[in-house]
Design a protein around this ligand. Structure first.
Ligand code: UDP
Length: 487
């Protein structure tokens, strides 16, 4: 029987792509394996997901997609947060996942299941079938550490985070203000909070945690993880650092031609993740700030979020730039800047020689793409765990400048202009620029020929210990954890 690794990604393209990339990485290390990816109909609802599946099926025959049968539940309440909907969906799918694993195991030998952390509710199913079960954590090692630390940090707290303002001390991290913790953790009575605590418990019991990061970027957190500091009352599972997993080039795009006409390291990029949408008054303020800064720029603009965000998060109609931006802005800045509707090939843009800075929403994939390309950041967190990431990026690993914002997250034109000048021209910005250039050397060293990221490379370049490979337990190798301890 052939050996197979089964993967269950979360819904949402970012998580899905990360899982597939991990699958490809595993195959480069062990081509005798095959990968089966479980998908609910929700996973391939979007046209982009269906196209992506088609492409992968064509290029990587060892990756199979197993379509789970549809469930006929009443449509979920549209007021439920997307995050909770995903958890709920996976919970509903538990019996179907069990049937699927049983049927796969009749023909193949399931070596392991890898769950996205948001597919947490499938964990008990896998464990009850005695299958070694891993978690892929799509954020940073810092985020994985915090996730493991949640029970220690929050369960003993009287009341909820939202009721108090204080600084949280977690191993290997600068103190984090309680208000900067994700909204999903703020209220103990919510489903999101309960889902995350349950994920924290299951990750601690798992066979290992796989994180898309590299050693030079987060050494203090990795050391704390290795020393078991995030789980003071029990063992810490092995942790595997497989990053940076960076998307390859996607082809030509007119913004790359425009970048090629700009001087070296002169352009600031402003892109706010796959979902980031800003209100009209903020778009106007950004435009004014860009003009004031005198910097060249490439800016991806989307329509403001509708009043009722539920159900519209993934809608991207072309914005009417003349209506959204200040009168004459596009004309006045046509020599200096490029405004792009909705979406641009961010990875390739950041790798372009003309790019010198990035206003980033602090999403982890964007951070890794910037570090790999050697582009320093101005941190503008918007949603999810991004305010927490800002603490890590600005105060912890020092690869970003902090942008002053109001409590509601509003940034003035003056503040934006000043931070852009600081990042691109000033001495304080130079420290960050130099630090990120070094990070890029380490990131590139961790990537083997643009194909995959053997951890052996990472450890060799950072002195963390002996070579180790991804999914080592499958082939009897050792975890990063033990090697960091012995370093
Ligand atoms: N992205 C892109 N073009 C865009 C916006 C986003 O290519 O206009 C990509 C970006 O390169 C990254 C991903 O979408 O790979 C966003 O992931 P991240 O983890 O940074 O943020 P999220 O979207 O999950 O908040």
């Amino acid at each position: 029987m052939e050996d197979v690794v089964v993967m269950f990604p979360s819904v949402g393209m970012g998580h899905f792509i990360s899982m597939v990339e991990l699958g490809e990485l595993i195959l480069t290390h062990d081509p005798s394996l095959s990968i089966t990816i479980l998908l609910t109909p929700k996973h391939y609802e979007a046209a982009s997901a269906a196209n992506y599946i088609k492409t992968i099926t064509g290029t990587t025959p060892s990756i199979n997609f197993h379509h789970l049968r549809p469930l006929h539940h009443p449509p979920p309440d549209s007021s439920i947060h997307f995050f909770d909907l995903v958890y709920q969906l996976i919970k509903q799918y538990r019996p179907v996942v069990r049937d699927a694993l049983q049927s796969i195991s009749e023909k193949s030998n399931i070596k392991a299941v890898i769950l996205d952390f948001m597919s947490n509710h499938a964990f008990e199913v896998c464990r009850s079938l005695n299958i070694p079960t891993y978690f892929l954590f799509t954020g940073s090692a810092f985020g994985a550490g915090i996730m493991l630390y949640l029970r220690t940090m929050l369960e003993n707290l009287p009341g909820s985070l939202k009721d108090q303002k204080f600084y949280i001390e977690a191993p290997g991290n600068p103190p984090i203000c309680s208000l900067d913790m994700p909204s999903t953790l703020q209220d103990k009575d919510t489903d999101s909070y309960k889902n995350l605590i349950c994920t924290s418990e299951n990750m601690a019991k798992s066979s290992g945690i796989i994180v898309n990061t590299f050693a030079a970027l987060e050494p203090r957190v990795m050391k704390a993880l290795a020393d078991g500091e995030y789980i003071p009352d029990g063992p810490t599972p092995p942790t595997y650092y497989v990053g940076p997993l960076i998307k390859g080039n996607t082809g030509d795009d007119k913004c790359l031609d425009w970048l090629s006409s700009q001087p070296s390291k002169s352009v600031v990029v402003l892109i706010f993740g796959s979902l980031g949408k800003l209100k009209k008054d903020q778009l106007i303020e950004i435009a004014k700030g860009l003009e004031k800064s005198g910097q060249r720029f490439l800016w991806v603009v989307r329509n403001p979020p509708p009043e009722n965000e539920a159900g519209h998060a993934f809608e991207f109609k072309d914005p009417d730039l003349d209506d959204l931006l200040p009168a004459g802005f596009l004309d006045r800045t046509k020599e200096m800047g490029l405004v792009v509707n909705n979406w641009a090939p961010q990875g390739e843009i950041l790798r372009h020689e003309s790019v010198g800075g990035f206003v980033c929403h602090c999403g982890w994939n964007s951070v890794l793409e910037a570090m790999h390309a050697g582009v320093p950041l101005v941190a503008w967190p918007l949603y999810a765990e991004q305010r927490m990431n800002r603490v890590h990026l600005v105060e912890g690993i020092k690869v970003a400048l902090r942008l002053k914002m109001s409590e509601e997250g509003f940034v003035t034109a003056e503040e934006l202009a000043e931070r852009l000048r600081e990042l691109m021209e000033e001495e304080s910005g130079r420290k960050i620029r130099d630090h990120v250039s070094n990070m890029s050397i380490s990131a590139k060293a961790a990537v083997a020929d643009g194909v995959g990221v053997p951890l052996s490379e990472t450890s060799r370049h950072t002195g963390l210990g002996e070579p180790k490979l991804v999914i080592l337990p499958l082939s009897g190798a050792r975890s990063c954890r033990s090697s960091v301890k012995s370093a």
